[in-house]
Design a protein around this ligand. Structure first.
Ligand code: ACO
Length: 436
């Protein structure tokens, strides 16, 4: 707004016709203002062209704020490092879903609500057997989570806020069970049912590593590390998987189908699959002596190799989650008595060399959240194929919070981008015998 109460505007001039068009500027509470282009096509006959949405705000949101240049990440205004240090995952879930931190009564009730939903329908048990034992657990996750819509018919009505909240609680609560069972299935071990007396992260580790044969005690340091990892991955505004969830949901699709779409998007190595790719890359590099060779490959435009766990669409500074992750990595390795973890040493040396290299400095490529998480997971005994699954477990709350926000938004419309068409112009059909 200008001082005389008028809206700030940007004036565009069409150099071909000399016509002028005015577009309003909308401020947020923080961060860059946006240019409201909703009337652009109507006014000018032009669409915008922005592959990868590098300059496009797809929605209004009150959930997460990122300042990529300063390396700041806030959930509902709270800095991620404070949440990782002082909060727990379910409290962060409450915050993301409802907008405020819970008081003691609200926290107790929310934890009870989630606990009520940790089991999955018994028929889902049988569903797993349709998969090969060597299926990637992310493939199993896409299938089983999508199939939830066939089991929970009483929470599919997206117009009913109560049903939306039940579906959200179900997804947050069942995801660890579904993920742990994907792992158990791959090992040919019996499924371990949720133990609702345990806190969220501990319950997950218990379902992953306990067997019916003997007592399994979760190491409290590892449980705390897992809690922190879940918090660090809980939400990250309009990233690829979250935008996928919003786009799928914008057509009115049910929440379980939307989250399955989000899981599919997360799977890619440019997104959540990067934590798996980092460990494979470190293993491939093998020794500190070979780092320069791989740095050179990452810089070579003719080589598709990229330094996995480096770079981010939004962060042009150190990813604040990577800082907490690196600290957690040291804590976990200390607790487990891993004094010389070659992969950690390799990762730290790779980070040091990359951060001094002009290519990475100029392009502002810093370690992202995935750079250290794989080393922690490996030390905890989690197999590489489960890394992205853990990300999916943690991100579920972000997906459902963003999906709920979208459905509740009075301006919500079906997501339907346009295109710059560069194909053939209209031509007449040529019969087969007349084609060359
Ligand atoms: N290694 C080498 N070069 C890189 C890397 C990298 N990891 N990341 C970006 N670059 C270079 C690109 O080649 C490009 O160079 P150019 O301008 O000379 O063409 C420039 O930096 C910009 O890269 P873009 O791909 O245009 O940036 P974009 O924002 O589209 O991509 C992405 C971001 C996908 C994260 C990219 O940095 C990447 O592929 N990183 C490795 C994969 C990874 O770690 N993904 C996890 C992201 S975090 C998350 O999802 C939780």
């Amino acid at each position: 707004m200008t001082q005389d109460g008028k809206k700030d505007l940007v004036t565009l001039v069409d150099s071909a016709s000399g016509q002028k068009f005015e577009l309003p500027i909308i401020p947020g509470t923080m961060g860059p203002k946006v240019l409201d282009i909703r009337s652009l096509y109507g006014q000018t006959g032009y669409f915008t062209y922005d592959p990868g949405y590098t300059s496009t705000g797809s929605c209004e949101s009150k959930i997460t704020y990122i300042d990529g240049d300063a390396g700041v990440l806030l959930h509902r205004g709270y800095p991620i490092d404070q949440l990782a240090e002082h909060s727990d995952y379910l409290e962060v879930c409450y915050l993301l879903l409802k907008g405020e931190l819970p008081n003691a009564n609200q926290k107790e009730k929310f934890e009870k609500d989630i606990r009520t939903h940790t089991m999955v329908h018994e028929q889902i048990n049988a569903f797993y057997r349709g998969f090969r034992r060597d299926a990637h657990p992310m493939a199993v996750m896409c299938g089983v989570v999508g199939a939830l819509s066939a089991f929970y018919h009483d929470s599919l009505d997206i117009a009913d806020p109560h049903q939306r909240m039940i579906a959200s609680h179900r997804l947050i609560a069942k995801m660890p069970t579904i993920a742990a069972w994907a792992y158990k299935y791959s090992r040919g071990e019996p499924f371990i049912f949720p133990r609702n007396s345990l806190p969220f992260a501990e319950n997950f580790l218990h379902m992953m590593f306990a067997t019916p044969c003997e007592e399994y005690k979760v190491n409290p340091v590892l449980a705390r590390a897992m809690e922190r990892i879940l918090i660090l991955h809980a939400d990250h505004e309009q990233n690829a998987s979250t935008s996928t969830v919003r786009l799928a949901g914008s057509s009115g699709a049910n929440p379980f189908a939307c989250i399955a779409a989000g899981i599919a998007s997360l799977w890619g190595p440019a997104h959540g699959g990067a934590n798996e790719a980092v460990l494979q890359m470190l293993t491939q590099i093998g020794s500190k002596e070979r780092i320069p060779e791989f740095i050179a490959r990452a810089k070579d435009k003719n080589d598709p190799f990229r330094l996995m766990g480096f770079g981010h669409r939004v962060y042009k500074n150190y990813d604040p989650r990577a800082t907490v992750m690196q600290r957690t990595c040291h804590e976990v390795l200390d607790e487990l008595g891993v004094r010389d973890e070659p992969l950690l040493e390799l990762a730290m040396e790779l980070e040091r060399i990359a951060l001094e290299d002009p290519y990475f400095v100029e392009k502002k490529l810093y370690p992202n959240v995935d750079f250290y998480s794989g080393i922690i997971f490996r030390a905890m005994g989690i197999p590489v194929s489960m890394f992205t699954v853990l990300f999916a477990v943690a991100r579920t709350v972000g997906w459902v919070a963003q999906w709920n926000e979208m459905i509740g938004d009075p301006h919500q419309k079906i997501g339907r981008p346009r295109q710059l068409y560069t194909g053939a112009t209209q031509r007449d059909f040529v019969p087969l015998h007349a084609r060359g």
